[in-house]
Write a protein that binds this ligand. Structure first.
Ligand SMILES: [Zn+2]
Length: 237
């Protein structure tokens, strides 16, 4: 077993099956048994959790048609036997340990107040370092996105340097969460200018929705003026 890569789900057996995810560069790497359970929608909660940490719970075969937020399988044909060791951790289990807490945050469908509060108990600089590392290590957009949401909701101005850098490099896929992080970490005029620049590449049809989602966290009167002039299809429902 020396040098063997372990299965991402059980973390016991050697990995010997690769199954596609939405991200070609980061497929599932599993043992045969876990692979079978993945395809049968019958992962144990802890197996679901470990895969969700790496690939996000929005990934095909992990998403909420098949599993609850605690990793319980909904559609499995036989009952999934869950012993104590097979349970996924709760927020209470992970809140003291930053790495485990970040894992947990990725497995949630939304970044909610209880997780934000738990994160705020940790050192800002350590959070920033960890969040940047995870952002760089993953290929999955959903995981990157969650790291940016943490920058937006937990880090604020302490993430300014990082967010500024990303605003220059990053493409459209991460525009929403990056805009939210921009709104909370950069000075307002600078932040708005970055976002408006990004919005110039959006089609006229998509612009009203994208502009709203990207800018609602800014509290500037300039936004309404801009909306009126830029979005000819802007309707208030
Ligand atoms: Zn396995």
């Amino acid at each position: 077993m020396e040098n063997a890569v372990l299965c991402e789900a059980c973390q016991k057996n050697a990995m010997n099956v690769v199954e596609d995810t939405d991200e070609p560069k980061q497929p599932y790497q599993l043992c045969q048994q876990c692979h079978k359970r993945l395809l049968n929608n019958s992962l144990r909660p802890i197996e679901w959790y470990r895969l969700a940490v790496l690939h996000s719970p929005k990934q095909f075969l992990l998403h909420d048609d098949f599993y609850g937020e605690d990793g319980q399988a909904f559609l499995s044909e036989g009952d999934v036997i869950v012993t104590k060791e097979d349970k996924a951790p709760t927020l209470q289990d992970v809140r003291q340990d930053l790495a485990s807490l970040l894992d947990f945050s990725i497995t949630r469908w939304f970044l909610e107040a209880d997780v934000i509060d738990a994160l705020k108990q940790h050192d800002q600089q350590r959070i920033l370092d960890s969040v940047q590392n995870r952002f760089n290590e993953t290929q999955h957009i959903e995981v990157k996105s969650r790291m940016l949401e943490i920058a937006a909701d937990v880090l604020g101005t302490s993430a300014a340097g990082w967010v500024r850098e990303l605003m220059i490099q990053t493409d459209k896929e991460l525009l929403y969460p990056l805009s939210w992080a921009t709104a909370s970490s950069l000075p307002e005029d600078e932040g708005l200018q970055h976002v408006l620049e990004k919005l110039t590449s959006i089609s006229e049809k998509e612009l009203p929705t994208d502009a709203f989602i990207c800018m609602y966290r800014f509290r500037s009167n300039k936004i309404l003026d801009w909306m009126e002039s830029a979005c000819t299809h802007f309707h208030v429902h």
